[in-house]
Design a protein around this ligand. Structure first.
Ligand SMILES: [Zn+2]
Length: 178
């Protein structure tokens, strides 16, 4: 089960990016960086400034599901400290209005290379209904592990904990202009 979910963290600003790798014969040490066209060049340019963690390994299906789950549950596209949001901010006409998971799926790829391209729009709902209890539980365990290991730093003060948008990040009292 060589597929995996990875996280890149920028040591300077604590911003992070979560993705999955499910290519045939892939494994966590195959040298792959990430699918983000924004994060990849940043890592390549300054590798020492980045930490990669492997969140979990498993089947391609489970890893895609875990990636989706993390991005959705952490609200990554709406957060100031995630590079996963960049697609939402720099929305091209074709991904305008998409939600976080769809945005992450698309990853800035040309339309015909996007995983959901040409697939019926009902596919996601069907996939969800097939999720059995064991698998849902495993996903929840993996997500809780991820959450414990990935407490967030507010970029404007010393706050270190779970994401608290009411009090930190854009609304932090230490942020200039607040
Ligand atoms: Zn703060």
């Amino acid at each position: 089960m060589p597929s995996f979910v990875y996280k890149w963290t920028n040591k300077t600003n604590q911003m992070w990016y979560v993705g999955s790798r499910t290519a045939k014969n892939c494994h966590p040490n195959d040298g792959y960086i990430c699918s983000s066209k924004i994060v990849k060049p940043l890592v390549e340019a300054d590798r020492d400034n980045w930490i990669r963690t492997i969140i979990d390994t498993g089947t391609p299906e489970d890893m895609r599901e875990l990636e989706e789950f993390i991005i959705k549950e952490s609200r990554a596209p709406h957060r100031a400290d995630s590079y996963n949001q960049s697609y939402a901010i720099n929305a091209e006409p074709w991904n305008k209005g998409l939600q976080g998971v769809q945005v992450s799926w698309n990853k800035g790829l040309p339309k015909e290379q996007q995983p959901m391209y040409g697939k019926p729009s009902g596919m996601k709902g069907k996939k969800q209904s097939q999720l059995n209890k064991d698998k849902a539980r495993q996903t929840a365990i993996a997500y809780n592990k991820w959450r414990r290991e990935n407490l967030m730093h507010c970029p404007h003060c010393d706050y270190h904990g779970t994401y608290a948008p009411r009090w930190h990040w854009d609304r932090c009292k230490n942020k200039e202009g607040n």
